[in-house]
Write a protein that binds this ligand. Structure first.
Ligand SMILES: NC(=[NH2+])NCCC[C@H](N)C(=O)O
Ligand SMILES: [Mn+2]
Ligand SMILES: [Mn+2]
Length: 314
């Protein structure tokens, strides 16, 4: 596989709607993309000056669902998650190869394995991954307590997952030193061990409180991308935000990022002009206490995208 040269600031964005919920047990997260599109995200991106490439399809990848997908140990729907991630990876890769920015609307965060694999296939080991989340999503198939694969994608990217049926296609191309987290506050004990063992940089809510979001993003970028010359993949799980800000999500954790902190992260990354791929995941319009709360979450998903794609306050 040849690595293509990284174009700073592409002008065309490919939008993939991945209506997938198989990486966790709650229905509804597969409706995230359609609600964001109904809210007008495609026109909003066009209004920012981007050429938008979206074929109108929302991929449910139903045809990839195996007739039978029995648990492997406690892992749930492993073959389905593996097959969808593979398809997502191929889609992201083909758009990135054409020099397009790739925006993926999820869907649960298991699809991050696909999106990041697509980016690293094109940009190679230069690829920086900024994972904004309440959770580390780095459990291995052996360490997960829930068996929900949205808690595991990063272990495959790093090559520490071991062999699991459905994931034979994965090529671990992410270097631990090119990964940085922002927003963590619900990390399993086994995940803490993995982070320490691989020396992975993480800015939890403790550091956000201690240093402020401006300094945290600067330190995160200094760690993975000191010269601001390498391509950045931003994977934004809306549960990084406080549940009062983004209530309609499957695994909310109190004590999260404020509205502005979340948007600041996107704005500061946009400013580097190094962004090549963005995921906004875990918007679940069937959760939240009422209509207003899921609509608020959909709206925030859209405004995070706009911030990352260059919308400024002035
Ligand atoms: N993408 C997410 N919301 N992940 C939540 C993961 C929670 C927990 N650490 C688990 O592995 O099950
Ligand atoms: Mn996540
Ligand atoms: Mn999360």
């Amino acid at each position: 596989m040849t690595e293509s040269k990284f174009i700073k600031s592409p002008s065309s964005v490919a939008v993939l709607g991945v209506s997938f919920s198989g990486g966790q047990p709650k229905g509804g997260v597969d409706e995230g993309p359609i609600r964001m599109i109904e809210h007008g995200i495609l026109d909003q991106i066009k209004d920012l000056g981007w050429k938008v490439d979206h074929d109108g399809r929302l991929d449910h990848y139903k045809d990839l669902e195996p007739a039978e997908d029995p648990d492997i140990g406690i892992l749930k729907r492993p073959r389905y998650v593996g097959a969808v991630s593979k398809a997502v990876s191929e889609a992201v890769e083909s758009h990135a190869r054409q020099g397009q920015m790739v925006l993926t609307l999820g869907g649960d965060h298991s699809i991050g394995l696909g999106t990041v694999s697509g980016s690293t296939a094109v940009y190679g080991e230069d690829t920086c991954l900024i994972w904004v989340d309440a959770h580390a999503d780095i459990n291995t198939p052996d360490s997960t307590d829930s068996g929900n694969l949205h808690g595991c994608p990063i272990s495959w990217m790093l090559g520490i997952a071991g062999k699991v049926e459905g994931f034979e296609w994965v090529q671990p191309r992410l270097k631990p030193s090119n990964l940085v987290y922002i927003g963590l506050r619900d990390v399993d004990p086994a995940e803490k061990r993995i982070l320490r063992e691989h020396n992975i940089k993480a800015f939890s809510m403790f550091e956000v409180d201690k240093y402020g979001i401006g300094k945290v993003v600067e330190m995160a970028l200094d760690h993975v991308n000191p010269d601001r010359t390498k391509p950045i993949h931003l994977s934004f799980d809306v549960d990084a935000l406080d549940p009062s800000v983004a209530p309609a999500t499957g695994t909310p954790v109190r004590g999260g990022l404020t509205f502005r902190e979340g948007h600041y992260i996107c704005e500061a990354i946009a400013e580097t002009k190094c962004l090549v791929a963005l995921d906004v995941v875990e918007v679940n319009p069937l959760l939240g206490s009422d209509e207003a709360s899921w609509q608020q979450t959909v709206k925030i998903g859209c405004s995070l995208v706009r911030s990352a794609l260059g919308e400024t306050l002035l």
